[in-house]
Design a protein around this ligand. Structure first.
Ligand SMILES: *[C@@H]1O[C@H](CO)[C@@H](O)[C@H](O)[C@H]1NC(C)=O
Ligand SMILES: *[C@@H]1O[C@H](CO)[C@@H](O)[C@H](O)[C@H]1NC(C)=O
Ligand SMILES: *[C@@H]1O[C@H](CO)[C@@H](O)[C@H](O)[C@H]1NC(C)=O
Ligand SMILES: *[C@@H]1O[C@H](CO)[C@@H](O)[C@H](O)[C@H]1NC(C)=O
Ligand SMILES: *[C@@H]1O[C@H](CO)[C@@H](O)[C@H](O)[C@H]1NC(C)=O
Ligand SMILES: *[C@@H]1O[C@H](CO)[C@@H](O)[C@H](O)[C@H]1NC(C)=O
Ligand SMILES: *[C@@H]1O[C@H](CO)[C@@H](O)[C@H](O)[C@H]1NC(C)=O
Ligand SMILES: *[C@@H]1O[C@H](CO)[C@@H](O)[C@H](O)[C@H]1NC(C)=O
Length: 484
C-alpha cells in the first residue's frame, strides 16, 4: 500500500459515517462520457491538495469493482452477426418487437427462428425483453469504465497491477487474435426479422465512450507504462485507422456524423478519440471544427435551451445527455489546441449557457425521477464550474445543495479547481443530509472560504482545467435514443 493510500484512510473514516445516508461516492455511476488529459492525472492533484483525496479513493474503489468484471469481448457472446464471424460486433434494436401473428406457426418457433421469421415492429421506448441476450453494448460500456478507472488508479496508488489490468482489457477487446473486434459496426442495432439483417446508423452511438479508452492510452504513452508496448500501441493505431475508415466511408458512419442532435455530437467524441489515438491531430481538429461549425450552431438557443433535445419527453435527461457530449468535444479540443469553450451558436448560445439553463430543472417536475436520476447533470456542473470559473459561487452552491458529498465523486478529482462545501476540510466531514442550503449554499470559487488556504486555482493552471461529462450507467443503457 502506498503512502498516498495510507494518508487517505483517516479522512475517509471520518467521512464514512456521514456518507452512509447519501452514499453516492461508493455507488458506481457510469458517466455518459469522460476524457481526462494525461497532464491532469500526472500532476497528481491529491499530492498537492488534500481536497481531492476522497475522490482519489473513490476512483480506486471503482477500479477495484470494475476490474473484477472483465475482460470483455464481442467473441464471448453466444450468438454471431449474420456474417457468422464471431469477431463482429452485434447489437439489436432495443424497441423492435416480433409479431408472429401472421406467420404460419404449426410448431413452436425457437428463439433463433423467431429472430429471422417474424417481422419486427417498433414500439418506441419499450425494451424488447431479449435485447440484452446480445450485450455487446453493455460490454463496451463496462470495458471503457474499467479501463478508465484502472488507468487512473494506477497513478493514484503506484500499483502497476491496475495498469496491467487496463491493458489486458484493451487487448482482449481490440487486439488479441482470439478475441478482437472487427473495426466496423455493420451490425449495431440490427432490426431483426425475415430477409437481410443489417444495423443502422444510430448504432454508431454504441462506441461513444471511446474517449475513456483514449484517456488510458494517452496516460500509458506519456507516463509511460512499459506494459503498453510499442507493438500494442502500433496495433491500436492500426485498429483506429481502420475504424476511422469505416466511419468515413460506410453509410452508417456518414449518416450518424450528420445527425443534428446528441447522436451527431457523440459521433465526434468517437471520431476525434480515434483520430487522436491514431496520431492524426490535424484531422482531429478538422473534425472538431466541423462539429462546432455545423451541428453545434443549431443546438443551443440564446437562453441556453437545447431545442433539438427537448422535443422528446425526457427533457431533463436529454439536456444533460447532449451536454455530456458537447463538454467532451470541448475537452478533446482543449487537449489538441482547439478552443471551443467560448464558441457561440447561431443564436448566441454557449456550452456554459446550456448548462446554466439545464440547472434550473428538477427531474421530479419533469416526471423523470426513475428514468433519469438527477445525478446525470452534476458532473456537467462541476466541469463547467472548473472550465469557466465560478466567481459568484453558483455552481458550488448547486452541488452543495443537491449532492453535499460531491468531493467524494470521481469527477471532483479531474474538475479542479472547484469549490468545496463549506467547512468540508475544517471538520473533516460532510454537511448534514442532502438538504444543505444552510451549510454549503453560498460558496465562492477557487476554494476560497474552504479553509485550505491553498487555493486549488493556484495549483492548477487554466491549461489543466479540463471538464467532465457524465451519466448514470443504467441510464446510458436506457437512454440510447432510437431516432432523432
Ligand atoms: C494534507 O494533509 C496532511 C495531514 O493533515 C498535511 O500534513 C499535509 O500538509 C496536507 N497536504 C497539503 C498539500 O495540503
Ligand atoms: C407457435 O405456436 C405454439 C403452439 O400453439 C405457441 O406455443 C407459440 O407461442 C407460437 N410461437 C409463436 C412465436 O407465435
Ligand atoms: C450487459 O452489460 C452490462 C455492463 O457490463 C451489465 O451491467 C449488464 O448486466 C449486462 N446485461 C446482461 C443482460 O447481461
Ligand atoms: C459492411 O457493410 C458494407 C455494406 O453495407 C459492406 O460493403 C462492407 O464490406 C461491410 N464491412 C465489413 C468489414 O464487413
Ligand atoms: C493494419 O494491419 C494490417 C495487418 O498487419 C495491414 O494489412 C493493414 O494495412 C494495416 N492497416 C493500416 C490502416 O495500417
Ligand atoms: C472566454 O473568453 C474570455 C475573453 O477572451 C476569456 O477571458 C475566457 O477565459 C474565455 N473562457 C474560456 C473558458 O476559455
Ligand atoms: C448535523 O445535524 C445534527 C442535528 O441537527 C447536529 O447536531 C450536528 O451538529 C450536525 N452536523 C454537522 C456536521 O453539521
Ligand atoms: C430544505 O430547505 C428548504 C429551504 O431551502 C426548506 O424549506 C425545507 O424545509 C428544508 N427541508 C428539510 C427537510 O430540512
Amino acid at each position: 500500500m502506498s503512502l498516498v493510500r495510507k494518508s487517505l484512510i483517516p479522512l475517509l473514516a471520518a467521512v464514512a459515517s456521514v456518507s452512509a445516508a447519501s452514499a453516492s461516492w461508493n455507488t458506481f455511476i457510469s458517466y455518459d462520457n469522460e476524457f481526462v488529459a494525461p497532464e491532469i492525472i500526472l500532476s497528481k492533484p491529491w499530492t498537492k491538495n488534500n481536497n481531492t483525496l476522497d475522490a482519489a479513493e473513490s476512483i480506486v474503489s471503482w477500479a477495484d469493482t470494475l476490474g473484477k468484471q472483465g475482460p470483455w469481448s464481442v467473441t464471448f457472446k453466444p450468438f454471431t452477426a449474420p456474417t457468422k464471424d464471431k469477431h463482429d460486433y452485434l447489437s439489436w434494436a432495443p424497441y423492435w418487437w416480433p409479431d408472429c401473428s401472421g406467420v404460419g406457426n404449426k410448431t413452436e418457433l425457437t428463439q433463433e427462428e423467431i429472430w429471422v421469421t417474424c417481422p419486427y415492429k417498433d414500439r418506441d421506448g419499450k425494451f424488447v425483453p431479449d435485447v440484452r441476450l446480445v450485450n455487446d453494448t453493455g460490454s463496451f460500456a463496462g470495458l471503457c469504465d474499467a479501463v478508465f478507472y484502472n488507468a487512473i488508479a494506477w497513478q493514484i496508488t503506484d500499483n502497476e497491477d491496475y495498469a496491467a489490468k487496463a491493458v489486458e482489457f484493451i487487448r482482449t477487446w481490440y487486439l488479441d487474435d482470439d478475441t478482437y473486434m472487427n473495426p466496423n459496426l455493420n451490425y449495431s442495432q440490427v432490426i431483426r426479422g425475415p430477409g437481410v439483417q443489417v444495423g443502422n446508423h444510430y448504432g454508431v452511438l454504441d462506441m461513444k465512450t471511446t474517449s475513456k479508452i483514449l484517456t488510458a492510452i494517452l496516460l500509458f504513452r506519456k507516463a509511460p507504462y512499459a506494459g503498453w508496448t510499442a507493438e500494442l500501441d502500433g496495433k491500436m493505431v492500426n485498429w483506429s485507422q481502420r475504424f476511422i475508415k469505416w466511419l468515413e466511408t460506410h453509410p452508417f458512419g456518414k449518416d450518424e456524423g450528420s445527425t443534428p442532435n446528441n447522436h451527431g455530437t457523440y459521433f465526434y467524441n468517437t471520431m476525434v478519440s480515434h483520430q487522436i489515438i491514431a496520431g492524426n491531430t490535424a484531422e482531429a481538429k478538422r473534425y472538431l471544427d466541423r462539429y462546432f461549425t455545423t451541428q453545434y450552431l443549431a443546438q443551443i438557443d440564446a437562453n441556453g435551451e437545447q431545442p433539438l433535445e427537448v422535443i422528446r419527453s425526457r427533457t431533463y435527461h436529454y439536456r444533460a445527455y447532449n451536454l455530456g457530449a458537447m463538454i467532451t468535444n470541448g475537452k478533446l479540443g482543449q487537449y489538441i489546441g482547439y478552443d471551443a469553450w467560448n464558441l457561440t451558436t447561431t443564436k448566441g448560445g454557449t456550452i456554459q449557457k446550456a448548462l446554466d439553463w439545464a440547472m434550473q430543472f428538477d427531474p421530479a417536475t419533469t416526471g423523470e425521477v426513475k428514468s433519469a436520476p438527477a445525478q446525470e447533470l452534476y458532473q456537467h456542473v462541476a466541469a463547467v464550474g472548473s472550465v469557466y470559473g465560478d466567481p459568484d459561487g453558483k455552481y458550488a452552491a448547486y452541488l452543495a445543495r443537491v449532492s453535499p458529498d460531491y468531493p467524494q465523486s470521481p469527477f471532483y478529482f479531474w474538475n479542479q479547481p472547484l469549490a468545496l462545501p463549506k467547512n468540508y476540510l475544517v471538520t473533516g466531514s460532510l454537511p448534514n443530509g442532502s438538504n444543505n442550503t444552510g451549510s454549503g449554499g453560498s460558496q465562492t470559487a477557487g476554494g476560497e472560504g474552504d479553509g485550505t488556504g491553498a487555493a486549488p486555482r493556484a495549483a492548477f493552471g487554466p491549461a489543466l482545467t479540463l471538464v467532465g461529462a457524465v451519466l448514470m450507467f443504467q441510464l446510458a443503457r436506457i437512454a440510447l435514443p432510437q431516432r432523432v
